[in-house]
Design a protein around this ligand. Structure first.
Ligand code: ADP
Ligand code: ZN
Length: 433
């Protein structure tokens, strides 16, 4: 194993020993924040009550609402003058939360990020283009720092302006990209529209993440752009990217357990679920000093992959994120996640790069309309062929989500495109109220 950081080769015993020690330190540090000092003092939690990494179960969960109500400074565990950076979550599910970092926190984060990139073969000699929003979003500066730490020539391209992105990729002979999956598919389409073959573009690796996507989407990105795409998971509350990352095996993401404690709980009972079972991911920072966050309920649904990873790292792997607990749709008595729809849609070669799930009212009944872009070469076909395709898609969707949604085939590049995370579901049921 060619490693960036010695912790990558640690055994389970070494990881657990470090976790216990670091959890003690984290609790100690957290006690300096108004939020955790209030919470822990009533429960009698101190660094001394942490006997092993199992003691984490005595610590109450921290929720997004806790972070929101503690906005802006209730979670700070060091004097403000020791903080050097503030980031915020994207606000996908409501008002954003802010996270502050010390210089040491940023340093540790850059190291984690560099470790992730090194794991998939990014090296000093690479030219790296970061196609992510800079500013409060952690995918900008967070990944940037990791690439610079590795020594890559790093291009802070930012989000949007697709033609300029493509020109930079070509002119600078960019070898590695960081790009949100929905945007990677869009960018590939634009290259095609320019009359070029996206597979001829220089990049050999793409780091993709920040939003849920299916294995089908990854394979499309790889085929379309002629590169290897690796899943990158993180959230602002835990720094941002650098929490969990796929290795060359491309089968689940290793969570860096020397820096985070990973738990999967049943979101209803809040009890741990056995390895292999899907539940809500709960994470604890072990090394952050500016703003430690303990047992954070991410709302992201995943499972631990119990089998050992062929790469040799024993940091446990989590499966691709299914979505957030609140992404679940309940329509006509059937529960499903948008990613189940994506999985079906992208398995059709006729389907283009974008789709949208519309929730509508038909009389008093909820109805789902799936709008899906069809690739140019299929859209010109006769109406009968298109109707047949529409029916085939609707049938396959019914098999997956257990009712038949309406399916609308639309021309390529006609559905709205976001610069950041894709919006997959639009709820029109309350329109006009
Ligand atoms: P927000 O929660 O407001 O979107 P962040 O920018 O911090 O703010 O995004 C973190 C969230 O993005 C995660 O909690 C998760 O839901 C999603 N996410 C990040 N990376 C991935 C990934 N690789 N796969 C699926 N979802 C991801
Ligand atoms: Zn591995």
């Amino acid at each position: 194993m060619n490693c960036y950081h010695p912790a990558e080769t640690w055994s389970r015993e070494e990881i657990e020993k470090a976790q216990t020690m670091r959890l003690k330190h984290s609790v100690q540090a957290a006690l300096a924040s108004p939020f955790y000092s209030r919470r822990f003092s009533s429960l009698g939690i101190t660094a001394e009550t942490i006997k092993s990494s199992e003691s984490i179960r005595d610590i109450p969960f921290t929720t997004k609402n806790d972070l929101r109500s503690g906005y802006p400074f209730d979670f700070l565990a060091v004097p403000k003058e020791d903080l050097v950076r503030l980031h915020a979550s994207s606000g996908t599910t409501g008002s954003p939360v802010t996270i502050c970092h010390t210089r040491a926190d940023l340093n540790a984060w850059a190291d984690l990020m560099a470790r992730c990139m090194h794991m998939v073969g990014v090296r000093k000699s690479d030219i790296f283009q970061n196609i992510a929003g800079y500013g409060l979003f952690t995918g900008g500066l967070g990944i940037h720092a990791g690439a610079e730490r590795l020594g890559c020539l790093t291009i802070p391209a930012g989000a949007g302006n697709t033609r300029r992105q493509i020109k930079l990729i070509q002119d600078m002979q960019v070898s590695v990209l960081h790009i949100i999956p929905s945007y990677a598919l869009y960018l590939g389409g634009v290259v095609r529209d320019m009359g070029l073959d996206p597979r001829e573009l220089p990049p050999r690796i793409a780091l993709i993440g920040a939003e849920p996507h299916t294995e089908e989407a990854r394979q499309r990105i790889e085929l379309l752009l002629g590169l290897k795409a690796y899943n990158s998971y993180g959230l602002s509350e835990m720094n941002g990217p650098g929490v969990a990352f796929e290795c060359l095996g491309q089968n689940g993401m290793h969570v860096w357990e020397d820096a985070y404690i990973l738990e999967i709980i049943n979101p209803k009972t809040l009890e741990p679920v056995p390895d292999g079972e899907v539940g809500e991911l709960v994470l604890t920072t072990l090394c952050r000093r500016g703003m430690p966050v303990l047992r954070y309920r991410t709302s992201d649904l995943t499972r631990v992959i119990p089998e050992p990873c062929p790469c040799g790292r024993v940091h446990r792997r989590i499966d691709r994120i299914m979505g957030r607990a609140d992404d679940m749709l309940i329509i006509k008595g059937c529960n499903f996640y948008p990613m189940q729809v994506e999985q079906i849609l992208l398995s059709f070669p006729e389907v283009g790069q974008n789709y949208l799930i519309l929730l509508e009212l038909e009389g008093d009944m909820d109805q789902v309309c799936v709008q899906v872009e069809i690739r140019e070469e299929y859209f010109v076909e006769d109406v009968r062929a298109l109707t047949k395709l529409q029916k085939r898609i609707a049938h396959r969707l019914r098999d997956e989500i257990l009712f038949t949604p309406k399916v609308e085939l639309v021309q390529a590049n006609t559905l709205p495109k976001q610069e950041g995370k894709a919006v997959r579901v639009v709820d029109r049921r309350n329109k006009g109220q």
